[in-house]
Design a protein around this ligand. Structure first.
Ligand code: RNT
Ligand code: ZN
Length: 416
């Protein structure tokens, strides 16, 4: 049945000059970095009881993972339902500290605390690990500031943390033989109108320079993630878009675009090609902001398709590093994890099946009537049949809801 539908779909796509077989091959090669922080509401393993830094999970659904074992169990379940090439994105606050819990602080973290993650990722056959320093949910965040703090003790603590994370990342990169993306996001900013907008930025610039001194260029790809505002940090953000784009360009590092971090009518799909004109790598945090940076689960909506199109039609699948960043506690957390990853894959599948050459030709020849015709025409081509065939080839199918419910009742409901 599936096969028949796929054969039919293949013929239809071929009429538009698109090779569905080729698309499926390509889809299986594009890595998506899955964030480790969806299953436990971004709390990590250091004993944090709440989140801070202007970000928030809302909801109280049963089954939050409470420790490394539970996170691993949930992730392993999710990986069995996530098609395609997967990397794992680990935050420093997920250090597996063992006996050192409470004794070793973030400015002294080393690779050994992440070895259990390496072992897990290898066992799961993942493509590699990406890494993130954690500049939030910690007593050394003073007055909401970290790397831009006027308090030298605070600023230096976070610089040490950043440097340690780059060392850990070099280890992770080497372990998998693939460079490790290290994303720097800090919560620094002010709730109300600041008296000085420049000096905190100059301090951030200095801190970043100190962190990046002598990092391993072979195995580490540093990135900086900007933002407009956060909860309780509404009036001023030190790490703004302009600040980081200029910083990254002048230092030869990478920008990370989180599509929840811009004004509602600014689109990351438009920013990707703007940056590709200047950078050889662009990193993404794919999320779904609803009215604010709410980090709703990624679903297959227009902007996600637009983002995927920019990656595919600019032949940038190796230049754009795709990572996921959402956290929803109001629905089953493993369902959320799987659904977001599948949505990203679906969007890429959709984009890989579009007749980009024809569309581009119409644009370049000024045939805007034909362009609109084609753009509308391809929207209803049987992409779902190709997606289902992809899942079949990955040993999966689209009926994952039932399995999630079984996992929930057997494993997650016990966590009270
Ligand atoms: C916050 C940023 C950041 C975090 C993660 C947990 O607004 O998006 O990327 O979500 O580091
Ligand atoms: Zn993000």
């Amino acid at each position: 049945m599936n096969q028949l539908r796929f054969d039919g779909a293949k013929e239809i796509f071929a009429k538009f000059g698109v090779d569905a077989e080729k698309a499926l091959k390509k889809l299986a090669e594009i890595p998506v970095s899955v964030h480790c922080w969806q299953g436990d509401d971004v709390l990590g393993f250091e004993g944090a009881e709440s989140l801070s830094g202007g970000i928030q999970t809302t909801g109280n659904y049963t089954g939050r993972a409470r420790n490394f074992e539970e996170v691993k169990s949930d992730l392993a379940f999710c990986f069995s339902k996530m098609p395609g090439k997967i990397r794992l994105n680990v935050h420093a606050c997920y250090a597996v500290l063992g006996e050192d819990l409470g004794k070793v602080d973030r400015d002294a973290y080393t690779a050994k605390y992440f070895q259990p993650w390496v072992d897990f990722a290898k066992k799961e056959g993942l493509d590699g690990i990406d890494f993130n320093p954690t500049f939030f949910a910690h007593p050394m965040v003073k007055d909401g500031l970290t790397l831009s703090s006027p308090d030298e003790e605070v600023r230096k603590f976070w610089v040490r943390h950043g440097k340690k994370c780059l060392e850990i990342a070099a280890y992770l990169g080497k372990e998998f033989g693939k460079p490790c993306l290290v994303n720097i996001w800090i919560p620094d900013g002010f709730k109300d109108v600041p008296a000085d907008r420049l000096t905190p930025r100059l301090r951030l610039k200095q801190s970043l320079d100190e962190i990046l001194e002598g990092y391993d260029r072979q195995w580490v790809i540093p990135a900086v993630e900007s933002k407009v505002f956060g909860i309780g940090v509404e009036s001023y953000t030190v790490g703004s878009n302009e600040f980081y784009q200029n910083y990254a360009a002048s230092r030869g590092i990478c920008c990370l675009l989180d599509n929840g971090h811009y004004h509602p009518l600014e689109y990351v799909s438009d920013k990707i090609p703007a940056l590709l004109a200047f950078y050889d790598k662009v990193a993404l945090h794919v999320t779904r902001g609803v009215r604010w940076d709410s980090d709703h689960v990624v679903t297959l909506e227009d902007e996600l398709k637009e983002i995927a199109k920019e990656i595919v039609r600019n032949d940038a699948t190796e230049k754009v590093l795709i990572g996921l960043d959402y956290f929803d506690a109001s629905i089953n957390r493993v369902f959320a994890w799987i659904t977001g990853q599948r949505s990203m894959q679906k969007a890429l599948c959709y984009a890989l099946l579009l007749p980009h050459a024809q569309l581009k030709k119409a644009q370049d020849e000024g045939n805007f009537t034909e362009l609109m015709y084609l753009q509308e025409r391809v929207k209803t081509l049987p992409f779902g049949d190709v997606w289902e065939e992809y899942l079949t080839r990955c040993g999966m199918n689209d009926d994952y809801y039932g399995d999630v419910k079984v996992y929930e009742s057997k494993i997650m409901k016990e966590r009270v």
